[in-house]
Design a protein around this ligand. Structure first.
Ligand SMILES: [Zn+2]
Ligand SMILES: [Zn+2]
Length: 150
């Protein structure tokens, strides 16, 4: 059992499957919403709403509105990697949790199962149920430790 995932996440592997899953939920797929979804599939990494707005030449407020609707419907999620706005990603193939390096800004995506032992320890010691899907574990990556000596 993993303790992290969102309850309402939809499973999908392709754009067509995502569209079918949304239709099944009775969600209307406007052109802007469809384009935002396509952009996320093309990105293959967490991206900001600004990135999508620039790429699609769509108003930023409209992009946010559509991302929020997709997030409510369990298609998309956002994560905060460093300072700046949240980054959006598709959750169709499962949740990811992150290790973020505050020196070089790199982020390593992990399967939640990989962090379950850490989660379990925190829960045993403090009774706190931790998840790292929304905010990553922040620190210094292996490469930066070698480079910086700390
Ligand atoms: Zn957030
Ligand atoms: Zn680093």
């Amino acid at each position: 059992m993993t303790l992290a995932p969102q309850a309402n996440r939809l499973a999908f592997r392709s754009f067509d499957e995502a569209v079918a899953a949304l239709r099944e939920r009775g969600m209307r797929l406007s052109t802007a919403r469809r384009l935002a979804l396509e952009a996320l599939f093309a990105a293959e990494r967490p991206v900001s709403a600004e990135w999508i707005a620039e790429r699609l030449k769509i108003e930023l407020t409209s992009v946010y509105r559509n991302l929020e609707a997709l997030e409510r419907n369990g298609i998309v999620r956002h994560v905060h990697l460093g300072h700046g706005p949240g980054l959006y990603l598709l959750v169709g193939e499962g949740e990811r949790e992150y290790l973020y390096c505050e020196r070089c800004g790199s982020a390593q995506a992990l399967e939640p199962e990989q962090l379950d032992p850490v989660r379990e320890q925190i829960r045993e010691r403090f009774g706190h149920r931790a998840r790292f899907t929304h905010f990553p574990i922040v620190g210094t990556c292996a490469a930066c430790q070698v480079a910086g000596g700390a």
